[in-house]
Design a protein around this ligand. Structure first.
Ligand code: ADP
Ligand code: GLC
Length: 527
C-alpha cells in the first residue's frame, strides 16, 4: 500500500519526527533512556475488552518500549484487572475530592507484554466500592451506565495526577497519555491544580462516546469552578470528560489521519469540531496498527489450521470448519461474508440487513458475530431463520470465535457510518478475508478499492464504497461477488491484502514524536 492510499500519519498538522538525540532530558534515542510514560486507559487486552480500545492499549506498551519509552500503565481496579495483577504492592494512597480513599497498587500484568516481552508494569486503583461490580466497565448487567461513572473515572484521573506528582517514590512519568473520555479529566486535573506540571497527550478513539454528566456532579471532580465554562469542560450546560481532554491536553491524537480531518467538520465533530479546529495545530492522526503476536494466521493458536499468503491450503480448511461450526451449508464455492462487531448504529449494520438478499441471491453466505443493540440482534435473528444454512448469527462476545471467523471468512463487512480507525478490516486483510468497507475514517486509510487500475497494478486490497446508502452498499456486494467469480483476480487482491504491513513500529515512532513535542522545552531545543 502506498503512502497516499494509507494517508500520511501526519496529515493533520502534527509534529515532524524528532531529530536523533533531540531531547537533552532523555538521553540518547535508541540508548534505553526512554521517555517515562504513564498510559491511562479503562480497558486493556487481553484482561478487559469491549472494543478496539483494549487491543490498542494492550499493544502500545510493547510497541512504545521498542521506540525507547519506559511505559507503565494505570488502570481502574475492575475485577478482571485485579485478577490479572501479580506481585502487587501498595505504593501509596490518596483521598478523592468526595472523601473516599483509594489505594494504588503496583505490580505486573503477565498477560500484557511490555519491554522485550516482559510483563508490563502496572498501577491499579484499588477501590472496590467504585470498581468491583458485575457488567462491563461502564454499564451494569442491564446495560445501564453506572450512576457514579463521573466519580469512577475522575478517580482514574486523580490516580494519574498523583502518580505524575511522585506518589511512587521510585518512578514518575514525564508524560501522561490518556485514552478516550475515561481519561479525559487527567489533563484538566494536571493543569488546573497546584503541583508539578506533567504534559498530557490525549487520544480520541471515538468521539461519539463523550462521558457527559450533569452539572450538579461538577462538585465531585475536585476542579476549580473556572473549569466549568465554555473555555473548559462545560458542554451545553453539562460536564464533558471528552471536552476536558480535548481542551486541556497538550497534544491530541486520534487513530487515523482521515478521522483527524473528519472530526474537525460539523458532520463528524459531535459538537466538538469547533474546539478541534482551534486545536488543529496540536492534533494528529496516527493510524492504529495490529499486534502480530495476536493476529497472524501463520501462528494464531485459536484457528484450526495455519496458513500464509504463499500457502493458503489451511484457509480452505478454516472455511470448511467455520461453515460447519456456524451451521452454514458446506460449500467451498459459496463466498462467505462475515461481520464481527459491536451491534451499534456506528457500524452501519442496517445496510448489511438490507443487503442480505443480494448476498443470498448471489450464492453467498453471511455469518454475524456481535452483541449490542437489541433491535439489530432481533433483525439478524429473523434473517437467520429466513435463510437457514445461508445466514447465521451468534449473539455475544467471543474472542476465540472471532479469530476462527477471520480465518474462515472470504469477505469482512465493515460498512460503518463513521469509523475512527477500525481494526476488523485490518484483521480481515491479514487473514485473507477481503474487507468490504465504506470510505470513512480509518477504513478509507487502510483499504484500497478494487477497480480496473488497482487490479491492474496489484494495489487493490478490498471493496470500498462511498455513500451511506443501500444502493451503494448493494452495488459493493455485487462487485465482491463478481470479483469472487474471477479466481485469479480474487487471489491477487487477497495476496496483496495479506502482505500489508500493519506493524506497530511506525505508529510507535509517531507517538514518540508527539510525546517529545509535548515535553517542556522540546520546541526550544529543536528550533
Ligand atoms: P470498535 O472499537 O469500534 O468496536 P474496532 O474494529 O476498532 O471497533 O475493534 C473491535 C474489536 O472488538 C476487534 O478486536 C474485534 O475483533 C472485537 N469484537 C467486536 N465484536 C466482537 C464480538 N462480538 N466478539 C468478539 N470480538 C469482537
Ligand atoms: C474505537 C473506534 C474504532 C477504533 C478503536 C481503537 O472503538 O470505534 O474505530 O479502531 O477505537 O482505536
Amino acid at each position: 500500500m502506498t503512502e497516499t492510499q494509507r494517508g500520511s500519519p501526519h496529515a493533520s498538522a502534527s509534529p515532524a519526527l524528532p531529530p536523533e538525540g533531540a531531547h537533552p532530558a532523555l538521553g540518547r534515542p535508541g540508548g534505553g533512556v526512554g521517555i517515562r510514560l504513564l498510559q491511562v486507559s479503562a480497558e486493556i487486552f487481553p484482561l478487559l475488552k469491549t472494543g478496539g480500545l483494549a487491543d490498542i492499549a494492550g499493544a502500545l506498551p510493547a510497541a512504545l518500549a521498542e521506540a525507547d519509552c519506559d511505559v507503565r500503565v494505570l488502570l481502574p481496579g475492575f475485577p478482571a484487572i485485579c485478577a490479572g495483577l501479580q506481585d502487587a504492592v501498595p505504593v501509596g494512597q490518596f483521598t478523592l475530592p468526595w472523601g473516599e480513599s483509594v489505594q494504588v497498587l503496583a505490580g505486573v500484568l503477565p498477560a500484557v507484554p511490555g519491554a522485550s516481552g516482559a510483563p508490563v508494569r502496572a498501577y491499579v486503583l484499588h477501590a472496590p466500592a467504585l470498581y468491583d461490580r458485575p457488567g462491563n466497565p461502564y454499564e451494569d448487567s442491564a446495560r445501564r451506565p453506572y450512576g457514579d461513572n463521573h466519580r469512577r473515572f475522575a478517580a482514574l484521573a486523580w490516580g494519574a495526577v498523583r502518580l505524575a506528582r511522585d506518589l511512587d517514590a521510585d518512578w514518575s512519568p514525564q508524560v501522561v497519555h490518556g485514552h478516550d473520555w475515561h481519561a479525559g479529566l487527567v489533563a484538566a486535573c494536571l493543569k488546573l491544580t497546584a503541583g508539578k506540571r506533567v504534559p498530557c497527550v490525549f487520544t480520541v478513539h471515538n468521539l461519539a462516546y463523550q462521558g457527559i454528566f450533569s452539572a450538579d456532579q461538577f462538585g465531585d471532580l475536585g476542579l476549580p469552578p473556572a473549569a466549568f465554562q465554555i473555555d473548559g469542560l462545560e458542554f451545553h450546560g453539562q460536564i464533558s470528560f471528552m471536552k476536558a481532554g480535548l481542551f486541556y491536553a497538550d497534544k491530541i491524537t486520534t487513530v487515523s489521519p482521515t478521522y483527524a480531518r473528519e472530526i474537525q467538520t460539523p458532520e463528524q465533530g459531535f459538537g466538538l469540531d469547533g474546539l478541534l479546529r482551534t486545536r488543529r495545530g496540536d492534533l494528529s492522526g496516527i493510524l492504529n496498527a495490529v499486534d502480530s503476536g495476536v493476529w497472524n494466521p501463520a501462528s494464531d493458536a485459536l484457528i484450526p489450521r495455519h496458513y500464509t499468503a504463499g500457502h493458503l491450503g489451511g484457509k480452505a480448511r478454516c472455511k470448511a470448519a467455520l461453515q460447519e461450526e456456524a451451521g452454514l451449508v458446506a460449500s467451498k464455492d459459496a463466498p462467505l461474508f462475515t461481520v464481527v462487531s459491536r451491534l451499534t448504529e456506528q457500524k452501519g449494520l442496517t445496510l448489511v440487513l438490507a443487503g442480505i438478499d443480494t448476498i443470498v441471491q448471489g450464492g453467498g453466505q453471511l455469518l454475524v458475530l456481535g452483541s449490542g443493540d437489541h433491535e439489530l440482534e432481533t433483525a439478524f435473528g429473523h434473517a437467520a431463520q429466513l435463510h437457514p444454512g445461508r445466514v447465521a448469527l451468534r449473539i455475544g462476545y467471543d474472542e476465540q470465535f472471532a479469530h476462527r471467523i477471520f480465518a474462515g471468512s472470504d469477505i469482512t463487512l465493515v460498512p460503518s457510518r463513521f469509523e475512527p480507525c477500525g481494526l476488523t478490516q485490518m484483521y480481515g486483510l491479514l487473514y485473507g478475508s477481503l474487507p468490504l468497507v465504506r470510505a470513512v475514517g480509518g477504513l478509507a486509510d487502510t483499504v484500497t478499492d478494487a477497480d480496473l487500475a488497482t487490479l491492474d497494478d496489484a494495489t487493490a486490497t478490498g471493496i470500498v464504497f462511498a455513500s451511506f446508502s443501500e444502493a451503494d452498499y448493494r452495488h459493493a456486494v455485487r462487485r465482491a461477488l463478481a470479483l469472487y467469480r474471477q479466481p485469479r483476480a480474487w487471489a491477487r487482491v487477497r495476496q496483496t491484502g495479506m502482505q500489508q504491513d500493519f506493524s506497530w513500529a511506525q505508529a510507535a515512532q509517531h507517538y514518540r514524536a508527539v510525546y517529545l513535542a509535548a515535553l517542556p522545552d522540546f520546541s526550544r531545543t529543536t528550533t
